[in-house]
Write a protein that binds this ligand. Structure first.
Ligand code: IMP
Ligand code: MG
Length: 186
């Protein structure tokens, strides 16, 4: 899927495929430096983190294992409340492991803040976070995010795993949506 399949749905490309891949190279290098060959348990948050997980994990030289969680945040509309329900829990034991949470985007930070607390309570040796995107609102919550790809403006974005109503996830880049998609004038 690429921009030519989108008709007039997209407003602008925020991050190109090349920009994303270049940044993932840098993030992977930083992670490899920090973990210095220690094994890492990558924990992806479904579904948005699928693309970041695939592309970041393959750049790492450290021995990695992968696991996934699916969570749903109770809230009204598009705002998350910080009250989180686990839809799919980890398959693996985190005791004594270096857990690295892999996220697509941190918006309010409430989901992540809950996840961090949850994983820390399970006896992991370390728990850190890597996210491709971070919005300004994340600054309000005390969530230590070790690896950030890009700080982006407070616009709704799609592509590279991120969806609007389950669409657009397979775009290889990150883009903003045209207002007509939200049903404002279309
Ligand atoms: P929060 O950090 O608890 O507010 O929630 C973050 C989650 O909201 C992300 O994992 C995404 O699923 C979703 N989200 C936030 N901003 C966007 C966006 O711009 N596009 C698509 N999904 C988003
Ligand atoms: Mg997500």
């Amino acid at each position: 899927m690429d921009a030519s399949d989108m008709g007039s749905d997209l407003a602008a490309v925020l991050l190109t495929e090349e920009q994303i891949h270049t940044r993932l190279d840098e993030m992977a290098a930083a992670i490899d430096r920090d973990y210095a060959g220690e094994p890492i348990l990558l924990v992806g948050v479904l579904k948005g983190a699928v693309m970041v997980m695939a592309d970041l994990s393959r750049r790492l030289h450290a021995p990695v294992e992968m696991d996934w969680m699916a969570v749903s945040s109770y809230g009204s509309g598009t705002k998350s409340s910080g009250v989180v329900r686990i839809l799919k829990d980890l398959d693996m034991d985190t005791h004594g492991r270096n857990v690295l949470i892999v996220e697509d985007i941190i918006d309010s930070g409430l989901t992540l803040s809950w996840l961090l607390g949850n994983l820390r309570s399970r006896g992991a040796k370390t728990v850190e976070v890597a996210t491709l995107l971070r919005k300004p609102g994340a600054a309000k919550v005390e969530v230590p995010v070790r690896y950030v790809g890009f700080d982006i403006p407070n616009d709704f974005v799609v592509g590279y795993g991120l969806d609007y109503d389950e669409g657009y996830r397979t775009l290889p880049f990150v883009a903003t949506l045209a207002p007509s998609v939200y049903g404002d004038d279309g």
